[in-house]
Design a protein around this ligand. Structure first.
Ligand code: AMP
Ligand code: TRP
Length: 333
């Protein structure tokens, strides 16, 4: 079976190791498997659900695209495009917004987190954000959607919308019900300053995350300052699970080496953090610095990046505008 893959990343700056290990690394592996048809989107319409500075946004759209390419996505193998260049996403979002129920959206925990205490002041866009995400996915007949753990609930909503549409209009299987592809292990990379909070673009402390554009010195400094405890490293997963910072750092190590957590535990049990941190730093530098260098190089090639996005958007438009046409016909327009 051909797998149709779709995923997106918001161009909101500070792309970090969590984005890489939770999502982008997986995008590249899926692209490189035979027969998969992959579509990867820079979701700028999602980004404006919170306030953005126009100049910075433009820069971030290019930087996110550069990060895709620098991480190994290839615009000749995958469709790489910019959401706002493809009108079907906005139109599809309206059409599907009339299928989604308020009760479903009211349950979305990301809205509650992002809107904070004063949700009366949140944009309507932030509230209906998961409907736009459903349009992204469903307009491409996507079968698999690689995302980090935090997007699981939004994906379930996409599935509910697809099923209700098919049922309401008696069109079984017309909208394909997508499957989440969430790595079971290390699905959430946590902050370097607090092992109970996820690593995030918006954390005010830059020391909480490894950015994909960090220099070697920054990486060395951030791992040196990463929070730890005073004990040496344990010899089993149960003891490790009681120590969130140690668990996160060993998780990062395991994910970057593609080995099991138990293997990493075996490698470092009984050692102190300074030994382990040295190995971890070398590993992160070896994996991230080539990406960082490439992003910084590509960022200067603005015309090239803009062309990748506009060519990708033409391909994406062909697929999605056609699906919107079919949806409109079914609705009765
Ligand atoms: P965003 O930056 O919110 O657009 O997220 C882009 C992708 O990275 C999504 O698939 C997220 O689930 C994933 N992601 C973001 N933060 C983390 C994290 N700390 N750990 C793992 N995955 C993450
Ligand atoms: N909401 C996702 C995030 O914040 C980004 C996104 C938008 C997405 N549309 C998508 C992810 C479609 C997967 C599929 O990370």
């Amino acid at each position: 079976m051909v797998k149709k893959i779709f995923s997106g990343v918001q161009p909101t700056g500070n792309l970090h190791l969590g984005n890489y290990l939770g999502a982008i690394k997986n995008f590249v592996e899926l692209q490189n498997q035979d027969k998969n048809e992959c579509v990867y989107c820079v979701v700028d319409l999602h980004a404006i659900t919170t306030k953005q500075d126009p100049k910075i946004l433009k820069n971030n759209i290019r930087e996110t695209t550069a990060a895709f390419l620098a991480s190994g996505l290839n615009h000749n193998k995958s469709i790489i495009f910019q959401q706002s260049l493809v009108p079907a996403h906005s139109e599809g979002s309206w059409l599907l917004g009339c299928i989604a129920r308020m009760g479903w959206l009211n349950r979305m925990t990301q809205f509650k987190e992002k809107a904070g205490k004063d949700k009366e002041k949140a944009s309507i866009g932030l509230y209906i954000y998961p409907v736009l995400m459903a349009a992204d996915i469903l307009l491409y007949d996507s079968t698999h959607v690689p995302v980090g753990e935090d997007q699981k609930q939004h994906l379930e909503l996409s599935r509910d919308i697809a099923q209700k549409f098919n049922l309401d209009f008696n069109k079984p299987n017309f909208l394909k019900v997508p499957n989440p592809l969430i790595q079971k292990k290390f699905a959430r990379i946590m902050s370097l300053k607090d092992g109970t909070k996820k690593m995030s673009k918006s954390d005010p402390s830059d020391l909480s995350r490894i950015n994909l554009t960090d220099s070697e010195d920054e990486i060395i400094n951030k791992i040196r300052k990463a929070k730890t405890d005073t004990e040496s490293l344990p010899d089993n997963e149960i003891d490790l699970s009681k120590r969130p910072e140690a668990e996160n750092l060993l998780g990062i190590y395991s994910s970057l080496t593609n080995q099991s957590l138990q293997n990493s535990i075996n490698e470092f049990s009984g050692k102190n953090f300074s030994d382990f941190k040295k190995n971890l730093t070398d590993l992160i530098v070896a994996k991230i610095i080539p990406i960082s260098n490439e992003i910084n190089k590509l960022k200067k090639e603005k015309n090239f990046i803009d062309n990748v996005l506009s060519e990708g958007s033409v391909k994406a438009d062909k697929i999605s505008s056609n699906k919107v046409k079919e949806i409109k016909k079914i609705i009765g327009f």
